[in-house]
Design a protein around this ligand. Structure first.
Ligand code: HEM
Ligand code: HEM
Length: 229
Protein backbone atom coordinates (compact mmCIF):
# COMPACT_ATOMS: atom_id res chain seq x y z
CA UNK A 1 0.00 0.00 0.00
CA UNK A 2 1.45 3.39 -0.85
CA UNK A 3 1.53 5.85 2.03
CA UNK A 4 2.51 9.26 0.65
CA UNK A 5 2.28 11.02 4.02
CA UNK A 6 5.00 8.83 5.51
CA UNK A 7 7.79 10.20 3.39
CA UNK A 8 6.55 13.77 3.51
CA UNK A 9 6.06 13.47 7.27
CA UNK A 10 9.79 13.20 7.79
CA UNK A 11 10.44 16.49 5.99
CA UNK A 12 11.45 19.48 8.13
CA UNK A 13 8.09 21.20 7.90
CA UNK A 14 7.56 24.63 9.41
CA UNK A 15 4.45 24.10 11.56
CA UNK A 16 3.51 27.78 11.70
CA UNK A 17 2.27 28.04 8.12
CA UNK A 18 0.21 24.84 8.16
CA UNK A 19 -3.34 23.98 9.22
CA UNK A 20 -4.04 21.34 11.85
CA UNK A 21 -4.62 17.76 10.70
CA UNK A 22 -5.53 14.54 12.50
CA UNK A 23 -2.35 12.60 13.30
CA UNK A 24 -2.94 10.50 16.44
CA UNK A 25 -6.05 8.31 16.30
CA UNK A 26 -8.40 7.98 19.29
CA UNK A 27 -7.24 4.46 20.34
CA UNK A 28 -3.62 5.68 20.56
CA UNK A 29 -4.65 8.65 22.71
CA UNK A 30 -6.94 6.56 24.93
CA UNK A 31 -4.10 4.03 25.29
CA UNK A 32 -1.59 6.70 26.23
CA UNK A 33 -3.55 8.56 28.86
CA UNK A 34 -4.97 5.37 30.40
CA UNK A 35 -1.45 3.99 30.64
CA UNK A 36 -0.35 7.17 32.42
CA UNK A 37 -3.28 6.81 34.87
CA UNK A 38 -2.58 3.11 35.47
CA UNK A 39 1.12 3.65 36.05
CA UNK A 40 0.56 6.62 38.37
CA UNK A 41 -2.17 4.76 40.28
CA UNK A 42 -0.10 1.56 40.59
CA UNK A 43 2.87 3.60 41.78
CA UNK A 44 0.86 5.48 44.42
CA UNK A 45 -0.75 2.29 45.77
CA UNK A 46 2.41 0.14 45.77
CA UNK A 47 3.49 0.45 49.38
CA UNK A 48 0.45 -0.26 51.51
CA UNK A 49 -1.19 -3.68 52.10
CA UNK A 50 -4.53 -1.85 52.27
CA UNK A 51 -4.29 -0.68 48.64
CA UNK A 52 -2.79 -3.86 47.22
CA UNK A 53 -5.90 -4.85 45.28
CA UNK A 54 -5.99 -1.44 43.58
CA UNK A 55 -2.26 -1.80 42.88
CA UNK A 56 -2.54 -5.11 41.11
CA UNK A 57 -5.77 -4.13 39.34
CA UNK A 58 -4.10 -1.07 37.81
CA UNK A 59 -0.93 -3.06 37.12
CA UNK A 60 -2.82 -5.70 35.12
CA UNK A 61 -4.71 -2.99 33.23
CA UNK A 62 -1.35 -1.46 32.26
CA UNK A 63 -0.35 -4.91 31.00
CA UNK A 64 -3.55 -5.24 28.97
CA UNK A 65 -2.94 -1.79 27.47
CA UNK A 66 0.55 -2.82 26.37
CA UNK A 67 -0.81 -5.97 24.70
CA UNK A 68 -3.41 -3.84 22.95
CA UNK A 69 -0.74 -1.37 21.76
CA UNK A 70 1.31 -4.17 20.21
CA UNK A 71 -1.76 -5.25 18.23
CA UNK A 72 -2.55 -1.66 17.20
CA UNK A 73 1.08 -1.19 16.17
CA UNK A 74 0.50 -3.94 13.59
CA UNK A 75 -2.96 -3.07 12.27
CA UNK A 76 -3.69 0.51 13.41
CA UNK A 77 -3.73 3.85 11.61
CA UNK A 78 -0.59 5.07 9.78
CA UNK A 79 1.30 6.97 12.53
CA UNK A 80 0.52 4.29 15.13
CA UNK A 81 2.12 1.52 13.07
CA UNK A 82 5.50 0.18 14.22
CA UNK A 83 6.60 0.13 10.60
CA UNK A 84 5.98 3.87 10.42
CA UNK A 85 8.18 4.85 13.35
CA UNK A 86 10.63 2.09 14.24
CA UNK A 87 13.98 2.81 12.55
CA UNK A 88 17.48 1.45 13.06
CA UNK A 89 19.59 2.44 16.09
CA UNK A 90 21.92 4.16 13.62
CA UNK A 91 19.05 6.35 12.38
CA UNK A 92 18.24 7.21 16.01
CA UNK A 93 21.86 8.18 16.73
CA UNK A 94 22.04 10.22 13.54
CA UNK A 95 18.88 12.05 14.62
CA UNK A 96 20.26 12.67 18.14
CA UNK A 97 23.50 14.01 16.65
CA UNK A 98 21.58 16.88 15.07
CA UNK A 99 20.95 18.17 18.62
CA UNK A 100 24.67 18.49 19.38
CA UNK A 101 26.17 21.97 19.36
CA UNK A 102 27.99 22.52 16.10
CA UNK A 103 25.73 20.20 14.10
CA UNK A 104 25.30 21.55 10.57
CA UNK A 105 21.88 19.93 10.24
CA UNK A 106 18.90 21.18 12.27
CA UNK A 107 16.81 18.53 14.06
CA UNK A 108 14.00 17.36 11.76
CA UNK A 109 10.37 17.66 12.71
CA UNK A 110 8.38 14.42 12.57
CA UNK A 111 4.61 14.10 12.59
CA UNK A 112 4.79 10.61 14.13
CA UNK A 113 7.48 9.54 16.59
CA UNK A 114 11.02 10.65 15.75
CA UNK A 115 13.68 7.89 15.37
CA UNK A 116 15.04 8.37 18.92
CA UNK A 117 11.59 8.77 20.47
CA UNK A 118 10.58 5.53 18.78
CA UNK A 119 13.20 3.64 20.80
CA UNK A 120 11.95 5.33 23.96
CA UNK A 121 8.42 4.19 23.08
CA UNK A 122 9.62 0.59 22.62
CA UNK A 123 11.59 0.83 25.87
CA UNK A 124 8.52 2.11 27.73
CA UNK A 125 6.37 -0.73 26.38
CA UNK A 126 8.95 -3.43 27.18
CA UNK A 127 9.71 -2.10 30.68
CA UNK A 128 6.00 -1.76 31.40
CA UNK A 129 5.41 -5.38 30.32
CA UNK A 130 8.34 -6.60 32.43
CA UNK A 131 7.09 -4.61 35.44
CA UNK A 132 3.69 -6.26 35.18
CA UNK A 133 5.19 -9.74 34.67
CA UNK A 134 7.51 -9.44 37.68
CA UNK A 135 4.64 -7.92 39.71
CA UNK A 136 2.58 -11.02 38.93
CA UNK A 137 5.55 -13.24 39.78
CA UNK A 138 6.21 -11.56 43.14
CA UNK A 139 2.50 -11.95 43.96
CA UNK A 140 2.66 -15.76 43.74
CA UNK A 141 2.96 -17.53 47.09
CA UNK A 142 5.87 -19.57 45.75
CA UNK A 143 7.82 -16.49 44.59
CA UNK A 144 11.36 -16.00 45.91
CA UNK A 145 12.22 -12.70 47.69
CA UNK A 146 14.24 -11.82 44.64
CA UNK A 147 11.05 -11.49 42.53
CA UNK A 148 9.81 -8.51 44.59
CA UNK A 149 13.23 -6.86 44.45
CA UNK A 150 13.36 -7.32 40.66
CA UNK A 151 9.83 -5.93 40.32
CA UNK A 152 10.80 -2.85 42.31
CA UNK A 153 14.01 -2.37 40.32
CA UNK A 154 12.18 -2.57 36.99
CA UNK A 155 9.45 -0.14 38.03
CA UNK A 156 12.12 2.33 39.16
CA UNK A 157 13.95 1.98 35.83
CA UNK A 158 10.60 2.60 34.13
CA UNK A 159 10.06 5.75 36.19
CA UNK A 160 13.47 7.05 35.05
CA UNK A 161 12.64 6.38 31.40
CA UNK A 162 9.28 8.12 31.86
CA UNK A 163 11.05 11.20 33.25
CA UNK A 164 13.37 11.23 30.23
CA UNK A 165 10.37 10.71 27.92
CA UNK A 166 8.50 13.71 29.36
CA UNK A 167 11.60 15.94 29.22
CA UNK A 168 12.26 14.94 25.59
CA UNK A 169 8.61 15.49 24.64
CA UNK A 170 8.60 19.00 26.11
CA UNK A 171 12.02 19.92 24.69
CA UNK A 172 11.30 18.65 21.15
CA UNK A 173 7.96 20.43 21.08
CA UNK A 174 9.57 23.72 22.14
CA UNK A 175 12.22 23.39 19.48
CA UNK A 176 9.58 23.19 16.77
CA UNK A 177 7.23 25.74 18.35
CA UNK A 178 4.40 23.30 19.09
CA UNK A 179 2.97 21.36 22.03
CA UNK A 180 3.35 17.60 21.54
CA UNK A 181 1.42 17.05 24.78
CA UNK A 182 -1.56 18.94 23.36
CA UNK A 183 -1.23 16.91 20.15
CA UNK A 184 -1.34 13.63 22.14
CA UNK A 185 -4.55 14.97 23.73
CA UNK A 186 -6.35 16.43 20.67
CA UNK A 187 -4.76 14.14 18.07
CA UNK A 188 -3.97 17.18 15.89
CA UNK A 189 -0.75 18.67 14.57
CA UNK A 190 0.05 21.25 11.94
CA UNK A 191 0.64 19.42 8.67
CA UNK A 192 -0.31 19.28 5.01
CA UNK A 193 -3.90 18.05 4.42
CA UNK A 194 -2.67 14.88 2.68
CA UNK A 195 -0.58 14.01 5.76
CA UNK A 196 -3.60 13.73 8.06
CA UNK A 197 -5.11 10.32 8.86
CA UNK A 198 -8.46 9.56 7.26
CA UNK A 199 -10.20 8.09 10.29
CA UNK A 200 -9.76 8.68 14.02
CA UNK A 201 -11.19 5.21 14.79
CA UNK A 202 -13.26 6.74 17.58
CA UNK A 203 -15.44 3.66 18.05
CA UNK A 204 -12.38 1.44 18.59
CA UNK A 205 -11.06 4.02 21.08
CA UNK A 206 -14.36 3.94 22.96
CA UNK A 207 -14.37 0.13 22.99
CA UNK A 208 -10.82 0.15 24.36
CA UNK A 209 -11.90 2.50 27.14
CA UNK A 210 -14.90 0.29 28.01
CA UNK A 211 -12.86 -2.94 27.82
CA UNK A 212 -10.16 -1.64 30.19
CA UNK A 213 -12.86 -0.28 32.53
CA UNK A 214 -14.58 -3.69 32.52
CA UNK A 215 -11.29 -5.50 33.16
CA UNK A 216 -10.57 -3.18 36.10
CA UNK A 217 -14.07 -3.82 37.50
CA UNK A 218 -13.70 -7.59 37.18
CA UNK A 219 -10.26 -7.65 38.78
CA UNK A 220 -11.31 -5.36 41.63
CA UNK A 221 -14.45 -7.36 42.44
CA UNK A 222 -12.57 -10.67 42.39
CA UNK A 223 -14.27 -12.06 39.29
CA UNK A 224 -10.88 -13.09 37.89
CA UNK A 225 -9.68 -14.96 40.97
CA UNK A 226 -6.78 -16.66 39.20
CA UNK A 227 -5.15 -13.25 38.89
CA UNK A 228 -5.96 -11.56 42.18
CA UNK A 229 -5.47 -14.30 44.76
C1 HEM B 1 3.27 6.75 33.00
C2 HEM B 1 3.87 7.62 32.26
C3 HEM B 1 3.99 7.53 30.76
C4 HEM B 1 4.14 6.45 29.96
C5 HEM B 1 4.26 5.00 30.37
C6 HEM B 1 4.15 6.95 28.59
C7 HEM B 1 4.28 6.14 27.47
C8 HEM B 1 4.19 6.59 26.18
C9 HEM B 1 4.14 5.75 25.02
C10 HEM B 1 4.17 4.21 25.05
C11 HEM B 1 4.05 6.55 23.94
C12 HEM B 1 3.88 6.10 22.49
C13 HEM B 1 2.43 6.33 22.13
C14 HEM B 1 1.99 5.45 21.02
O1 HEM B 1 2.54 5.49 19.93
O2 HEM B 1 1.06 4.68 21.26
C15 HEM B 1 4.06 7.92 24.39
C16 HEM B 1 4.00 9.03 23.59
C17 HEM B 1 3.85 10.30 24.07
N1 HEM B 1 3.79 10.68 25.39
FE1 HEM B 1 3.94 9.51 26.99
N2 HEM B 1 4.01 8.30 28.59
C18 HEM B 1 3.91 8.69 29.90
C19 HEM B 1 3.74 9.95 30.39
C20 HEM B 1 3.59 11.05 29.61
C21 HEM B 1 3.33 12.37 30.11
C22 HEM B 1 3.18 12.74 31.60
C23 HEM B 1 3.27 13.18 29.02
C24 HEM B 1 3.05 14.65 28.97
C25 HEM B 1 3.70 15.52 29.66
C26 HEM B 1 3.47 12.37 27.85
C27 HEM B 1 3.44 12.82 26.57
C28 HEM B 1 3.58 12.04 25.45
C29 HEM B 1 3.57 12.57 24.10
C30 HEM B 1 3.39 14.01 23.70
C31 HEM B 1 3.76 11.49 23.25
C32 HEM B 1 3.87 11.54 21.72
C33 HEM B 1 5.34 11.79 21.45
C34 HEM B 1 5.60 12.13 20.00
O3 HEM B 1 5.02 13.13 19.52
O4 HEM B 1 6.36 11.42 19.36
N3 HEM B 1 3.67 11.08 28.23
N4 HEM B 1 4.14 7.91 25.76
C1 HEM C 1 2.29 -0.52 36.20
C2 HEM C 1 2.59 -1.64 36.81
C3 HEM C 1 3.18 -1.68 38.19
C4 HEM C 1 3.93 -0.76 38.88
C5 HEM C 1 4.38 0.62 38.42
C6 HEM C 1 4.26 -1.32 40.16
C7 HEM C 1 5.04 -0.70 41.13
C8 HEM C 1 5.45 -1.29 42.31
C9 HEM C 1 6.40 -0.72 43.24
C10 HEM C 1 7.09 0.65 43.07
C11 HEM C 1 6.54 -1.59 44.26
C12 HEM C 1 7.46 -1.43 45.48
C13 HEM C 1 6.65 -0.92 46.65
C14 HEM C 1 7.54 -0.70 47.88
O1 HEM C 1 8.16 0.36 47.96
O2 HEM C 1 7.60 -1.61 48.72
C15 HEM C 1 5.68 -2.72 44.00
C16 HEM C 1 5.53 -3.81 44.82
C17 HEM C 1 4.71 -4.88 44.56
N1 HEM C 1 3.90 -5.04 43.44
FE1 HEM C 1 3.80 -3.82 41.86
N2 HEM C 1 3.68 -2.57 40.25
C18 HEM C 1 3.02 -2.83 39.09
C19 HEM C 1 2.30 -3.95 38.74
C20 HEM C 1 2.05 -5.01 39.62
C21 HEM C 1 1.24 -6.18 39.32
C22 HEM C 1 0.52 -6.44 37.99
C23 HEM C 1 1.25 -6.97 40.44
C24 HEM C 1 0.60 -8.29 40.74
C25 HEM C 1 -0.11 -8.99 39.94
C26 HEM C 1 2.09 -6.31 41.43
C27 HEM C 1 2.38 -6.80 42.68
C28 HEM C 1 3.24 -6.25 43.57
C29 HEM C 1 3.64 -6.90 44.82
C30 HEM C 1 3.16 -8.25 45.33
C31 HEM C 1 4.58 -6.04 45.42
C32 HEM C 1 5.32 -6.29 46.73
C33 HEM C 1 6.63 -6.96 46.32
C34 HEM C 1 7.52 -7.32 47.49
O3 HEM C 1 7.90 -6.37 48.21
O4 HEM C 1 7.84 -8.50 47.60
N3 HEM C 1 2.55 -5.11 40.89
N4 HEM C 1 5.03 -2.52 42.80
Amino acid sequence: MSQPHLTVAAAPLEPVALAEQKIWDVPTRVFHWMLVLCFAGAWLTAESERTQLVHITLGYCAGALVLWRVLWGLVGSPYALFRDFVRSPVAALRYLRTYLPGSRVAPRRYLGHNPAGAWAVLGLLVLMALSVATGWWSYQSSAPEFAGALHELLTHALLLLIALHVLAVVATGRLHGESLVRAMWTGRKRALPEQGIRSSHSLIGLLLLVAIGALAGMLFTGRLPGLTN
